[in-house]
Design a protein around this ligand. Structure first.
Ligand SMILES: *Cc1c(COP(=O)(O)O)cnc(C)c1O
Length: 439
């Protein structure tokens, strides 16, 4: 899979090299150069197949030119070794549960695949800049998190030889459970609380990648959703979910969006030919992309804290990729993607309603995806089947979920263990000098 930069000023590289680099040298995001649609018959052959089989088939089709077949199948099956249940709520409404991996959020899908890809590629030592010193200096995975990425990446790389993970997070703005998940691992994982917002963390990470002197000294790579190595595996569950419905159904998938990596993966899946009739970008009040779709003006704003904190993003880093995928044509984007915006009060009411009506316990992000399906323009279109992506286990957000449903949410044992362990945190201000010093 040949990849180019969204900014068009960097050489085309194979996927393997795009994964190791993270960000393209011109500051753009890597995207596949062509979109060969797989024919409808190819997809029909996968209808009803288990998730792992769909994933392996798509991986072979996309990346088979760069990996040996057995190697790729082992890598994908090892990374995506958890179930993705689809819960039928009524005839036209289903929840696609992506949170059954080790950190109880959908980011395990991308992070676990990326960790295995990076480790595999680094060991086969073809990382650019992986010169002779590759084995003396660990590969430093720098990741900014608004909550769930940190734990997924830290878990995925925890104990992987030759790697070190540095997690930047906004101090006091992630949930107790989220913080416990990435500050209690120790070993090759360093958690850094930044006195600032998620946007500050993301900006610091970008500045570190762009700092030539720093990169001379530290072998740095990204595990944020700017990495194509995280988005490709996310395409797989769009296909799997769409292909569980009967061939005649018109499937619309609602995606709770923050940095818009998940939605970009959905668009990439659609471009590859996955039978999806439409996508819904559902956000909290951090509505930069919905405003763009409505007005044509792209105007990032400082992020606002909400109960769906993994989506508190005012300057979504994947917008550039999303826009590129539609050739910068807003009308084309509008034809495929509907957007809607939801307040914290809407979210609490939706959690209560899902519980009352269907006995379904949703976390705040998932509740936003559900609300995405309830917008009038969708409900009034007949014959659509709505799938919404359930992106986190409700116990991760018990402080919001329990009051809304009036009962306790049982805590999975792995989360309870993390909460009980001591936390190890470094603290810095939002400055590159402090981060560089720490690295
Ligand atoms: C990260 C996250 C999102 C948003 O995904 P993006 O790819 O950043 O748009 C939604 N829900 C949960 C639980 C998350 O952790």
């Amino acid at each position: 899979m040949i990849c180019i930069s969204t900014r068009g000023q960097a050489p085309a590289v194979p996927f393997r090299q795009a994964v190791v680099a993270g960000l393209a040298p011109d500051g753009g995001l890597y995207v596949p150069v062509t979109w060969e649609r797989r024919p409808a018959g190819w997809w029909e052959g996968l209808r009803g197949a288990p998730f792992q089989d769909v994933a392996v088939a798509m991986a072979q089709s996309l990346l088979g030119d760069e990996f040996h077949e057995g190697e790729l199948a082992t890598l994908i099956r090892g990374a995506l070794n958890f179930p993705i249940p689809i819960v039928q709520l009524d005839e036209t409404l289903q929840a696609v549960e992506l949170f059954h991996g080790p950190t109880f959020a959908f980011k395990d899908v991308g992070a676990r695949t990326l960790a295995r890809l990076l480790s595999h590629l680094d060991l086969s030592a073809e990382a650019p800049g992986a010169k002779v010193d590759a084995h003396d200096h660990p590969l430093t995975v720098l990741v900014a998190t608004s909550g769930d990425t940190g734990s997924a990446v830290a878990q995925a790389f925890g104990g992987v030889p030759g790697t070190r993970v540095v997690v930047l997070y906004p101090e006091g703005q992630v949930s107790q459970v989220q913080e416990a998940q990435f500050t209690t691992l120790g070993g090759n994982v360093t958690a850094v609380a930044v006195a600032g917002t998620f946007d500050d963390c993301q900006r610091l990470a970008k500045m570190a990648f762009a700092d030539g002197a720093l990169r001379q000294r530290v072998r740095l790579t990204s595990a944020n959703s700017i990495s194509l190595g995280r988005l490709v595996p996310q395409m797989f569950y769009y296909a799997y979910a769409a292909l569980q419905s009967p061939a005649e159904s018109r499937v619309v998938i609602s995606v709770p969006s923050g940095n818009f990596g998940n939605l970009a993966a959905g668009v990439m899946a659609w471009r590859m030919g996955v039978p999806i009739a439409g996508l819904i970008a559902a956000t909290n009040v951090n509505d930069t992309v919905p405003r763009y779709l409505a007005t044509g003006v792209y105007e990032p704003r400082p992020s606002v804290a909400t109960v769906a904190n993994a989506m508190d993003v005012g300057a979504p880093s994947n917008f550039e990729r999303l826009s590129w995928l539609f050739g910068g044509d807003r009308a084309a984007m509008q034809a495929m993607i509907a957007a809607n915006v939801h307040s914290d009060d809407d979210v609490r009411r939706a959690i209560a309603r899902l519980h009352r009506r269907y006995g379904y316990v949703a976390d705040p992000h998932t509740a936003i995806a559900y609300l995405g399906t309830q917008a009038p323009q969708h409900r009034s279109t007949p014959a659509l089947e709505h799938l919404f992506l359930s992106t986190a286990h409700p116990a991760k957000f018990a402080e919001t979920v329990e009051p809304a449903i009036g009962q306790a949410v049982p805590m999975p044992p792995a989360l309870a263990d993390a909460l009980a362990r001591p936390r190890l945190v470094e603290r810095i201000g939002p400055s590159l000098a402090e981060l560089a010093n720490l690295l």
